[in-house]
Write a protein that binds this ligand. Structure first.
Ligand code: NAG
Ligand code: NAG
Ligand code: NAG
Ligand code: NAG
Length: 394
């Protein structure tokens, strides 16, 4: 069964509806009963187990190989002795459906499943009349690609995605297409403690690649794929106090639901529009209210006003759909206006005059002091001369 997703065809909008929380049962043909259960990572995972109950008392033990996953007693279990403690990595993460155990249902709930939980599980149930061992449950974990992020700096585009299982792959392309050899990329895949994969790829922008291209990064795994698009929208120069319009080129495909966010230097959002089934909600973040005209829309773009030099930098417009993210960026340069320059000059000249007056005054005072000191020294010298003379005459 090959259900891998590939990035080769960009127009091929493959979307497989993931049945969240659903279990997939595939009974193997082998004599030894083995079930496959597929769970989404970080969600509650249910491992089924049934047994013959006498309705009086039962002890339920779940194992993964030899490791104890869970060990519990229900009702009158005076027929058993001892208790096994679950392994540390399962402590606090498991539970049974207490009200159903004495009816013969020892189904296990495993919370916050991670790729490290993959493997073969079975349950042993003990009642006064008998002991049962369940078939083997082969647990498969899936962590689909949730978000792909694309960022740019002067000469590098970075594409990344986190918390994926099984291992993803990543490819770069451009629109219009460029020779793949011109797309110098470096891709790193890392596995974290819990078994999830993080992937990060750097694309060097060489001089040969035109800046009016759209850069496309596609991350795919066995379960799904997500694509990020990055494009330069415009370069704008505005005087301080002036305004700009940050627009977004929307993808050609018609979208029913998407989120659009304008950001400054890829940090906190300025404003956003969420569209769900053609109904939309708009929001402006408080910090930006003094600089945003409130009548912004998807088609007319975001209009900013009263910009200062601190508003210089990159503005991005980010459109997220369930499968794709489109980022366009506009760089805005804010120049000091001439009036401000005049004030600066006046301040500098006033400062200089003040400094000159101050230093002249200090010089005059110093001059007087030095003259005074010299006079006193001369007088003292005369006095000592007189004294020695009078000594000599005695
Ligand atoms: C528990 O079961 C044992 C026999 O299996 C019986 O002798 C005992 O009385 C029961 N205790 C209670 C509290 O029902
Ligand atoms: C056992 O209990 C779980 C949790 O309530 C339930 O989902 C499942 O259907 C039950 N199994 C049977 C065979 O009744
Ligand atoms: C990127 O790098 C990988 C090897 O790291 C290479 O196989 C691939 O062809 C490169 N180019 C693109 C466009 O992904
Ligand atoms: C849009 O944003 C809302 C709320 O922030 C979120 O619930 C929804 O999943 C987002 N939709 C897409 C397509 O990213």
């Amino acid at each position: 069964m090959n259900r891998g997703f590939h990035c080769s065809s960009l127009t091929m909008a493959v979307y497989k509806g993931l049945c969240l929380c659903s279990l997939m049962w595939i009974v193997s043909a082998a004599e030894r009963k083995e079930f496959k259960v597929t769970c989404l990572a970080s969600e509650d995972c249910v491992l089924p187990c049934q047994f013959r109950s006498d309705g009086q008392g039962a002890r339920v033990m779940w194992y993964k190989k030899k490791a104890v996953v869970s060990c519990t007693r229900y009702g009158n279990t005076s027929f058993v002795v001892g208790h096994n403690s679950p392994a540390d990595k399962y402590k606090g993460r498991t539970g049974l459906f207490a009200d159903q155990v004495l009816e013969g249902n020892a189904t296990l709930m495993l919370r916050n499943a991670t790729p490290n939980d993959e493997g073969k599980y079975y349950c042993i149930t003990m009642t006064a009349p008998s002991t049962d061992e369940s078939g083997i449950i082969s647990l498969v974990i899936e962590a689909p690609i949730r978000e792909v992020d694309i960022e740019f700096s002067s000469d590098t585009i970075t594409c990344s995605a986190e918390g994926i299982y099984p291992a993803p792959s990543l490819t770069w392309s451009t629109d219009p297409p460029t020779d793949a050899r011109l797309l110098q990329n470096k891709t790193k895949t890392q596995k974290n403690k819990l078994g999830f994969y993080d992937i990060r790829s750097y694309l060097r922008l060489t001089g040969n690649v035109a800046t009016d291209h759209t850069y496309i990064c596609c991350v795919s795994s066995d379960t799904n794929k997500k694509t990020a698009f990055l494009r330069h929208e415009a370069s704008i120069v505005t005087p301080a106090g002036g305004g700009v319009m940050i627009s977004c080129s929307l993808p050609h495909t018609i979208l029913q639901s998407f989120n659009l966010t304008w950001r400054f230097r890829r940090s906190g959002p300025i404003a956003s529009i969420n569209v769900v089934d053609q109904k939309s909600w708009a929001e402006i973040w408080d910090k930006w209210k003094p600089h945003v005209f409130s009548n912004f829309s998807i088609s007319s773009g975001l209009k900013l006003h009263s910009l200062k030099s601190e508003h210089q930098g990159n503005y991005t417009c980010e459109v997220r759909t369930p499968e794709e993210i489109y980022v366009t960026w506009t760089d805005v340069a804010v120049t000091e206006d001439s009036q401000q320059y005049t004030y600066i000059y006046i301040f500098i000249i006033l400062g200089l005059i003040y400094f000159l007056i101050l230093s002249y005054g200090t010089l005059v005072i110093l001059g007087y002091k030095i003259v005074g000191l010299e006079r006193r020294a001369r007088r003292q010298a005369e006095n000592t001369d007189e004294a020695t003379e009078s000594l000599n005459t005695e």
